[in-house]
Design a protein around this ligand. Structure first.
Ligand SMILES: Cc1cc2nc3c(=O)[nH]c(=O)nc-3n(C[C@H](O)[C@H](O)[C@H](O)COP(=O)(O)OP(=O)(O)OC[C@H]3O[C@@H](n4cnc5c(N)ncnc54)[C@H](O)[C@@H]3O)c2cc1C
Length: 461
């Protein structure tokens, strides 16, 4: 048996990397982990967490407006971007500390450096030039914003990374993209008082979500004052005296302070020594793995965004836990990517789990669709004209609920609980015999007694 410096070496200190390193170390394995930027990775440092803090900040403008309908007189309000950034940075530093502490307590060795593979068992730590060997290696290097270098003027644009550290809040912003990051930031900036435009090449934002919700959110965002340009893309960005001048494919010319590109993410596999180690990647530069997250080299595993399966924090963590079961607990476990509940922290929010109506119609001969659209109670006195949408997609053959989709306040929170019911295989009858919690918006999910319509062989009847 050759001897190695470590039982396990993890490259990347984000959601998946930290979880695999910490748990393996707590099982008594000798573990090393390297992170080139900050522990916590994308989610903690420049993803989910700071984004959600920004979402909260951006919601106050509506809270202040809504308060009047409930009898409050709110004095003149002002917003201080620098204060928000300072508070956010303090919280992120606290969380990063907790991640490091968790690793330290488990006795994993922490390296603050970029790491690259030299061969299947050797890792080079760039800060010191030192090489270390490990029996097993985990690649958990995540991804980064696609910089879109073919776009003339791309160097004048920002990505989500910079959005978390802008020195000043822009007066106007153009955000390119129709995915959840673009949509969330459009709502954040609008809520903070920035004149916001979203530009997206497709026919409708959020392409993988249920059509009803996409349309409902689009309308709600426009009603708030966010401009949405579909079927269009940025062709060039130029610096002028009055800001950035943007020309679009449809010959529109927009002048804005800031342009943010949210056009997808690229796996971090560049210069990682993958070829030297024999680790194969696909056309999108993602590490190719089998169903146990094992790469083309048997002792090297890859998990999280670098494998480009489902780019979400809980998925990276789940893949890490499956890796631990498989490699250190003699219990081969495949990550389960079915029925992943998820949210878009737009305003209104989206919460969803399971099949969209469109996908379910392709898969099952007959569906029952239960749909409710209503004004949430809070909006009555506030006078806001928002609508909530709730939808259950049911397979008529066995009455299983195969999709649940919500647009409105707390939709993300509801999606988490609906995720349990769908995972448990609950039927519509289980929903029907569940007592409502009154008065809530969620009670609508258990009080939609007859189908709004059916889909038979792909046709609405
Ligand atoms: C703006 C934004 C918002 C998001 N919001 C959500 C959300 O609301 N919910 C959700 O579930 N997901 C969200 N995500 C996605 C989520 O952040 C990722 O899916 C998750 O962080 C993936 O974890 P990971 O461990 O694969 O990679 P990461 O968390 O990206 O960690 C990889 C780490 O590896 C480091 N690294 C890279 N190369 C090297 C190297 N050679 N040597 C050493 N270190 C290296 C990087 O610096 C990074 O810290 C969001 C992402 C973004 C960008």
């Amino acid at each position: 048996m050759p001897s190695f410096d470590f039982d396990l070496f993890v490259i990347g200190g984000g959601s998946g990397g930290v979880r695999s390193a910490r748990v393996a170390a707590s099982l008594g394995k000798k573990v090393g982990i390297a992170e080139e930027y900050r522990y916590g990775g994308t989610c903690v440092i420049r993803g989910c967490v700071p984004k959600k803090l920004f979402v909260y900040a951006s919601q106050y403008s509506e809270h202040f407006e809504d308060a009047a309908g409930y009898g409050w007189t709110v004095g003149e309000s002002t917003f201080d971007w620098k204060k928000l950034i300072e508070a956010k940075d303090k919280e992120i530093a606290r969380l990063e500390g907790l991640y490091r502490k968790g690793l330290d307590n488990a006795k994993a060795e922490i390296f603050d450096t970029r790491a690259e593979l030299v061969d299947a068992h050797t890792v080079k730590l760039l800060k010191t030039g030192q090489t270390v060997t490990a029996e097993t290696i985990v690649i958990a290097t995540g991804g980064r914003p696609n910089l879109h270098t073919a776009l003339p003027g791309h160097e004048l644009c920002i990505s989500s990374n910079e959005a978390f550290h802008l020195k000043e809040l822009p007066k106007s912003i153009l955000i390119a993209g129709g995915g959840y990051i673009a949509v969330e930031f459009a709502n954040i900036f609008h809520g903070l008082g920035v004149e916001t435009t979203l530009i997206y090449r497709g026919a409708e934002i959020l392409s993988r979500f249920d059509q009803d919700l996409r349309k409902g959110l689009h309308e709600a965002m426009e009603e708030k004052g966010i401009r949405i340009l579909c079927h269009d893309i940025i062709q060039s960005v130029e610096k002028t005296e009055s800001g950035l001048s943007v020309r679009t494919k449809n010959d529109k010319v927009l002048t804005v302070d800031t342009v943010m590109l949210a056009l997808g993410r690229t796996p971090n596999t560049e210069s990682l020594g993958l070829q030297a180690a024999g680790v194969a990647i696909n056309e999108q530069d993602a590490v190719i793995v089998d169903e146990y997250s094992r790469t083309s080299v048997p002792n090297i595993y890859a998990l999280g965004d670098v494998t480009d399966r489902v780019q979400l924090t809980p998925v990276a963590i789940h893949e890490a836990m499956c890796f631990i079961e498989t490699v250190y607990k003699n219990n081969p476990t495949r990550p389960d990517h079915e029925l992943i509940p998820t949210a878009v922290f737009s305003q209104p929010e989206i919460g969803t789990v399971g099949l969209t109506e469109e996908d379910a119609a392709k898969r099952y001969p007959e569906l029952e669709v239960y749909r409710a659209q209503f004004r949430p109670m809070k909006a009555t006195l506030s006078g806001r004209t928002e609508k909530m949408i709730m939808k259950l997609i049911v397979n008529a053959a066995d009455r299983k609920v195969i999709g649940a989709h919500i647009l409105g306040h707390d939709a993300g929170e509801m999606a988490q609980l609906l995720g349990i019911t769908l995972k448990a295989g609950c039927t519509k009858d289980d929903f029907d015999r569940t007592m409502a919690v009154h008065p809530t918006a969620a009670e609508e999910l258990v009080t939609m007694y007859s189908p709004s319509y059916r889909i038979r062989n792909g046709e609405r009847v």
